[in-house]
Design a protein around this ligand. Structure first.
Ligand SMILES: [Zn+2]
Length: 79
């Protein structure tokens, strides 16, 4: 479910394309689980988003996601 939200966020905010090349590269290296059904080029973003919300994202992945359009103006310290 969070995974699907990740796809929606990516699409709605053009999130992956809003990242710097370095951050986009970080996201594109998030591994896709073997046997997973993929939904196109946004798959890495959706998986990264899922791991961010479940607390499993690496610091680099977290920083990359939070730098994008989708999290612009979001206060993550005081939710
Ligand atoms: Zn997917």
């Amino acid at each position: 479910m969070l995974h699907e939200v990740g796809h929606i966020i990516d699409h709605a905010y053009n999130a992956l394309d809003s990242l710097t090349p370095e951050h986009r590269n970080t996201i594109n290296q998030v591994p896709i689980p073997r046997g997973a059904v993929t939904h196109g080029r946004g798959e890495h973003y959706a998986i990264a988003y899922q791991t961010l919300l479940t607390g499993g994202a690496s610091p680099a992945v977290r920083a990359a996601l939070l730098s994008g359009n989708a999290f612009s103006g979001v206060d993550l310290v005081h939710p």
